[in-house]
Design a protein around this ligand. Structure first.
Ligand code: ATP
Length: 352
């Protein structure tokens, strides 16, 4: 992680709301991003990530609220005059300009001295390991090279806030992982302030100092990746970071029963206030078969399917019509259809 400076925020959003007609795409969002911080906006499709990013970048104007960059309100400052630069999903390079022309453009608009432009282009291209491609046109570059040039084009401006709008999602898996590592290295090296949009939770966890989880245009929770993963404040956040399955139980004369009244051993540190409730569990934390029998929380299920996933195998379990799934060891050899015990530790279960 780059060093996050404890000074006034570089970017502040205060009660920011954006509507399209009667639809609220961004709903009363308040958050701060410190200088040097890498913040990710994570959420499912339609949760308002791109709209929020576009508001920060000056491509949209909020109905309500304030957007401040380095302490100045920028609500009405257009994108080309704002101290931000965006790396878009598809690079969005100017097709008729060379790589050098693409990199020079933003600096010219911002009045960088001619004598400085060339040196900054060379430095930016070296940062993304593409020193020799100055004179190429975008159509002469691979997909990965285009995204690196788009990254260099944003870096070269040295904006107050660097915006990434799903910049890796159009690349294949190995390139995506490679470029992700490179963005992380550059952040560490240069210490830029970043707002990164993605719906990919592993990308968010790998890159970010903090993640803001968006749900229906609002920030559901904002914290470090580790805190969000370990202490999700809602079922939505539990499902947004890491895999999740959910088991519905019912309260029954001081204890609990499964979906069809079957016996269940459950220890709850904080009993839920309602009769029927859902326990959220991680597949990696469930124990199946003999392993499950020594857990303090147990329910019986039927083994419906086992999938081979390379690193591990996944057992699909049927608990009276409810589906759970669990990661199991290579030596797990129960036959399909077997009745098995499914167990978990108290600290690995959540109830909302
Ligand atoms: P995705 O991951 O699919 O890109 P997102 O989280 O980035 O989704 P947004 O693109 O911000 O979501 O869209 C949020 C909501 O606002 C969606 O329901 C979308 O249809 C709506 N929306 C976005 N832009 C407009 C627009 N210009 N006019 C009307 N509705 C819009």
């Amino acid at each position: 992680m780059a060093m996050v400076v404890d000074t006034p925020p570089c970017l502040s959003l205060l009660n920011v709301t954006k509507r399209f007609g009667s639809f609220t795409a961004v709903d009363n969002v308040t958050l701060d991003v410190k200088k040097g911080e890498f913040l990710t906006l994570l959420g499912p499709s339609g949760s308002g990530k791109t709209t929020l990013q576009r508001l920060i970048g000056g491509f949209e104007v909020p109905e309500r609220g304030l957007i401040k960059i380095d302490g100045h309100v920028v609500n009405l400052v257009p994108a080309y005059m704002r101290d931000t630069a965006t790396v878009f999903q598809t690079g969005a390079l100017f097709p008729h300009k060379t790589v050098a022309g693409n990199l020079a453009y933003g600096m010219r608009v911002r009045g960088v001295a001619k004598s400085e432009i060339e040196a900054r282009i060379a430095k930016a291209l070296s940062l993304v390991s593409l020193d020799n491609l100055q004179n190429r046109y975008p159509h002469e570059l691979s997909g990965g090279q285009k995204q690196r040039i788009a990254l260099a084009r944003a870096l070269v401006i040295e904006p107050a806030v660097l915006l990434f709008d799903e910049p890796l999602s159009a690349l294949d898996l190995s390139l995506r992982l490679q470029l992700r590592t490179e963005i992380k290295r550059l952040h560490k090296e240069l210490g830029f302030t970043a707002v990164f949009v993605t719906h990919d939770q592993s990308e968010a966890m790998a890159l970010s100092d903090r993640i803001a989880v968006l749900n229906k245009g609002a920030v559901e929770q904002i914290d470090t990746p580790e805190s969000l993963f370990r202490s999700p404040a809602s079922a939505f956040v539990f499902r947004s970071l890491g895999e999740a399955c959910c088991l519905t139980l019912n309260g029954h004369s001081g204890g609990y029963v499964g979906p069809e009244g079957q016996a269940v051993a459950v220890e709850l540190s904080r009993p839920p206030g309602k009769q029927s409730f859902c326990i959220y569990l991680r597949p990696s934390k469930l124990r199946v078969g003999e392993d499950g029998q020594c857990c303090s929380n147990r329910i019986a299920g039927r083994l419906a399917e086992v999938e081979f996933l390379g690193e591990h195998r996944r057992a699909h379990l049927d608990v009276a019509g409810q589906r759970l799934f669990a990661d199991v060891h290579d030596d797990f050899d129960y036959p399909i259809g077997a009745e098995v015990t499914i167990g978990w530790r108290c600290e690995d279960a959540r109830i909302y």
